[in-house]
Design a protein around this ligand. Structure first.
Ligand SMILES: [Zn+2]
Length: 166
């Protein structure tokens, strides 16, 4: 259990995950391995001038496979003005995102499971948001609600975090 731990970058605690989509055309990544998708996005980010390339902390393929990007303790290049204290995770959509819909319009149950497990494995995360919470963008294609993605707290968790029953 990690009641008093969290990922830190220097003295900054990492407490939030921001979700993204890839803004690709339907089929653009079909048949690619996670490594090939990573390499493609890395090239895009490098061409855009990102000093350290791939700006996210990891990506999720439609089959739920995860491929790591920047280490948790390295700042991302994913959401302008909100890279301090956040982790950026990229979901690879199954079809072109043309509106703010539901998670299931673009992503799979396998991605949902894999993403929840990954978020639950990072100590200290207390908020999950979407790129569209911070910029006028469709990304990630749905409205992200923290409670849908954070691990459910047990009564013991609540006691230890100081919450008082009401
Ligand atoms: Zn985004």
């Amino acid at each position: 259990m990690h009641y008093h731990q969290s990922v830190h970058r220097g003295r900054v605690a990492v407490t939030e995950v921001i979700l993204h989509c890839a803004a690709i055309q339907t089929g653009q990544f079909d048949g690619m391995s996670p490594w090939q998708v990573f390499s493609c996005v890395n090239r895009w980010h490098t061409e855009r001038g990102f000093k350290h390339g791939f700006g996210y902390h990891g990506l999720f393929m439609p089959n739920g496979a995860y491929f790591p990007g920047r280490p948790w303790d390295m700042i991302g290049a994913q959401t302008i003005g909100h890279n301090v204290g956040t982790i950026g995770l990229l979901l690879i959509e199954s079809q072109k995102i043309d509106r703010v819909g539901e998670f299931s319009d673009w992503f799979t149950v396998a991605q949902e499971r894999s993403l929840k497990a990954k978020i639950g494995s990072v100590p200290g995360i207390n908020k999950v948001s979407g790129h569209n919470d911070y910029a006028p963008k469709l990304c990630p294609g749905f409205k992200v609600k923290s409670a849908d993605w954070l691990p459910a707290k047990s009564p013991l968790d609540r006691l230890l975090s100081g919450a008082v029953a009401s």
